[in-house]
Design a binder for this molecule. Structure first.
Ligand code: NAP
Length: 398
């Protein structure tokens, strides 16, 4: 696979590295892989195939190599560009805080992309879940996730407090812990650029910048300003700002608007149809993605991808659910839908559509895993592998 002019050039038999993941990882990965192979075969009548290459991370890597995240794993992702993973245990203690965070930083995967839409038949806590159809682009590297924190009462926190009081007459309680929130034009702009480009490529009507700029002017406020700069300077001919939309309408242009983060949590509940692509800093995006996912049936149905320029890592958004490991029980839809995102990135839209058709078909037939079955009266509860069988049965019915 190569990367040219912002797009992947994909052979008919690309090598795709995979990390099966810890806990329930092997269960959901084996189910998803069967579905992916069936969808590729079905749509190409056997002329295309994925050559899966296992790479190690997490507990399996620790067992087999003594390392949690071997360099060979990162090298394989860099070489083959697109990879997919199951959930990983965060090692307690030791050098690495989180394998996921480490991979994002090392591979410069600056955008966390989370599409959230409703699949017919999935139980939801809201009355019209189908009105929510958003793709959230969350900045993935900066903000309070940069990991710069000083413990309460520590020497560094004390020194920093003194410096901040000297600089800005800040009111910081003695002995306070201090965390730092770095946000740059470079990282904010490339995230927003990616979001607007996605809206163009996928025919989406609007991009909303979600920020808390009324309180944090130089970080969140600047994110909004940098976002609008990208719209004006890079996409002037295809975007229009919300406050410029007059009586003539938008003329096919993508509307760029902004919302304060707290108001946005109301908006996605009360007026979800008004939002399409969302671009937001790291912490807002973390909260907003899960809140949106809850509206359409929860994390079991929510895929995600960590995307950089010419490299991307697709993943289930839930964790390793260790109490269900090896029981062939949990819902594999999140990792299957992450695969849908991967096939779309590859330009294999027909494969992506077949997997979605299969998942929708299985759910509408009431053939679901325990998590959905407990909320769907009359549903047939099947194991992870049984759900994969049902998806495969339905993917040719689109
Ligand atoms: P979790 O593994 O997501 O599990 C929490 C609960 O969510 C499960 O007990 C289950 O709820 C439900 N659940 C999760 N995945 C499901 C699936 N595929 N199908 C059906 N239900 C599912 O969260 P956690 O227990 O907080 O975290 C466990 C480990 O995962 C930790 O080591 C954490 O660091 C790691 N983690 C990794 C990632 C990642 O790699 N991307 C993300 C998050 C957490 P019920 O029991 O109520 O049915």
């Amino acid at each position: 696979m190569t990367w040219h002019d912002g797009k992947y050039v994909v052979a008919d038999d690309p090598i795709v590295p995979f990390i099966e993941g810890d806990g329930i990882g092997p269960d959901i990965w084996n189910a998803a892989r069967r579905v992916f192979d069936a969808a590729v075969h079905h749509t190409s009548h056997g002329t295309r195939r994925i050559v899966w290459q296992e790479i190690l991370a997490g507990e399996k890597a620790q067992r087999e190599t003594g390392e949690w995240l071997p360099a060979a794993t990162l090298d394989a992702i860099k070489q083959h560009r697109l990879a997919i993973k199951g959930p990983l245990t965060t090692p307690v203690g030791g050098g690495i805080r989180s394998l996921n965070v480490a991979m994002r930083h090392v591979l410069d995967l600056y955008a966390c992309v989370r599409p959230v839409r409703y699949y017919a038949g999935v139980p939801s806590p809201v009355r019209e879940p189908e009105k929510l159809d958003v793709v959230i682009f969350r900045e993935n590297i900066e903000d309070v996730y940069a990991g710069i924190e000083y413990e309460a009462g520590s020497e560094h926190a004390t020194k920093l407090r003194e410096l901040l009081i000297e600089w800005s007459d800040a009111h910081i309680a003695e002995g306070a812990a201090i965390g730092i929130k770095p946000m740059s034009a470079t990282n904010s702009k490339r995230l927003v650029r990616r979001a607007i480009q996605y809206a163009i490529d996928r025919g989406r009507p609007s991009v909303t910048l979600v920020h808390k700029g009324n309180i944090m002017k130089f970080t969140e406020g600047a994110f909004r300003d940098w976002g609008y700069e990208v719209a004006r300077e890079v996409f002037a001919d295809v975007t229009i700002l919300e406050n410029e939309v007059g009586n003539e309408g938008v003329g096919g242009r993508i509307i760029v608007k902004d919302r304060i983060a707290d108001a946005m949590f109301q908006q996605v509940l009360l007026r979800p149809a008004e939002y399409s692509v969302i671009a937001t800093p790291n912490l807002n995006g973390d909260y907003l993605s899960d809140a949106c996912a809850a509206q359409v049936g929860g994390l079991g149905m929510a895929p995600g991808a960590n995307i950089g320029d010419g490299v991307a890592l697709f993943e289930a958004t839930h964790g390793t659910a260790p109490k269900y490991a090896g029981q062939d029980k949990v819902n594999p839809a999140s990792v299957m839908l992450s695969g849908v995102m991967m096939f779309e990135e590859m330009g294999w839209d027909d494969v992506a559509a077949a997997v979605v058709t299969g998942i929708e078909g299985a759910i509408q037939a009431g053939t679901v895993t325990y998590d959905l079955a407990r909320q769907m009266p009359g549903a047939t509860k099947v194991p992870t592998s049984g759900f994969a069988d049902a998806v495969i049965e339905h993917l040719s019915k689109g």
